[in-house]
Design a binder for this molecule. Structure first.
Ligand code: SF4
Ligand code: SF4
Ligand code: SF4
Ligand code: FES
Length: 351
């Protein structure tokens, strides 16, 4: 641990911790835009500048590590600097708040009371169209913070995004200007998840409540597609009660907010009309008929008991699945061993 001074108070932090995190733990919020805990320190947007005694100029708190005896001030002239930076960013962006998507830049502007003094004549960026149906990119909302490109390189290692152009023409595009579909992109949506302004966004959200994602209600659950068991948040439109997108939080232990294409985008099955919502039991006519859970479970139990009586417990085997939760798989083996009396239980993922 090291001790240092933060806005006049003596505080301590593990040596080498990033100043922005140490300050947050001590209740001092330093705004950031290009910083993401998952990514290496970058120091690109300068929004987190603080005064450091002895330094010739303000330093970015997201790239500065704490050290013994340092004296840091977060409430000096850097406050005015942040406001000016925010206004400059707003002046460069034609659509700082497209579609009501969560936007850290407009949140910050509101907090600092910053408004675009004018819109630069070259703020209108060339639109970007991509033929994939899951992710879109709106250059008018992009603040060139590089989070998405860094995510592709540092986390996903897909090398599918690059910066293109300079100055007012700069924007993010899939490698060589191809569609995302023609690059190494696996459509995991990770670059989308770290974008602070919604510039990279889900393409299919037209039906979200009044176009405003903040109204969505989140329900935490486990992805059912594979045994990794990623933790996800189903974002539900409170009016239609339909899932409109899936997100994940960096604090979730098993996957740290990262998902694959299935977990992030393949949720439409939940509302598919063909999906079974109640048990079906085959009748004497050979056809499947809706039944209550009690009826279906009694019938299944009677069937299994009949097999056990006629052929013995070892004639019954159960197939578990990594698509079930650990708890459900545990209960299944209890049913096999403790109730039916067979050790023949296996997971279809084990082979
Ligand atoms: S969606 Fe995933 S795989 Fe595709 S570019 Fe973004 S991070 Fe890479
Ligand atoms: S698309 Fe988003 S994450 Fe990427 S540079 Fe633009 S604002 Fe940053
Ligand atoms: S998000 Fe992908 S890796 Fe994670 S549990 Fe779902 S299918 Fe598996
Ligand atoms: S958040 Fe520190 S420089 Fe961008």
């Amino acid at each position: 641990m090291v001790e240092f001074t933060l806005d006049g108070a003596r505080v301590s932090a593990p040596e080498g911790e990033l100043l922005v995190h140490a300050a947050a733990r001590h209740g001092t919020f330093i705004p950031t835009l290009c910083h993401d805990e998952k990514l290496d320190p970058y120091g690109g947007c300068r929004m987190c500048l603080v005064d450091l005694e002895g330094a010739p100029r303000p330093v970015p708190a997201c790239a500065q590590r704490v050290r013994e005896g340092m004296v840091v001030s977060t409430n000096g002239e850097t406050g005015a600097l942040r406001r000016t930076l925010t206004e400059m960013l707003l002046a460069e962006h034609l659509s700082p708040n497209p579609g009501g998507r969560p936007n850290e830049l407009t949140d910050l502007a509101e907090e600092l009371g910053a408004q675009a003094p004018f819109l630069l004549p070259d703020a209108a960026r060339e639109p970007y169209e991509d033929r994939n149906r899951l992710m879109g990119y709106d250059p008018g909302a992009c603040i060139l913070c590089n989070r998405c490109v860094r995510y592709t390189q540092e986390v996903m290692q897909c090398s599918a995004l690059v910066f293109e152009g300079r100055g007012a023409e700069a924007r993010v595009v899939p490698t060589h200007g191809h569609s995302w579909l023609d690059t190494e992109c696996e459509l995991c949506g990770g670059c989308l998840s770290v974008c602070p302004t919604g510039a990279i966004h889900e393409q299919f959200l037209g039906g979200s409540p009044a176009g405003h994602e903040r109204a969505l209600r989140k329900t935490k659950t486990t992805c059912t597609f594979c045994g990794v068991g990623c933790q996800i948040d189903l974002n539900v439109d409170p009016e239609t009660k339909r899932i409109v997108k899936v997100t994940s939080d960096p604090s979730y232990v098993s996957n740290e907010g990262n998902l694959c294409v299935k977990g992030r985008f393949a949720f439409n099955f939940v509302h598919h009309p063909d999906r079974l919502t109640r048990p079906l039991v085959r009748g004497d006519d050979g056809k499947l008929h809706p039944a209550s859970w009690d009826e279906a479970l009694s019938l299944a139990a009677a069937g299994m008991n009949g097999v056990k009586e006629r052929h013995g417990a070892q004639s019954i085997g159960l197939l578990a699945s990594a698509r079930l939760t650990n708890e459900e798989n545990y209960l299944l083996q209890k049913l096999a061993r403790g109730v039916i009396g067979t050790n023949s239980i296996h997971s279809c993922e084990a082979t």
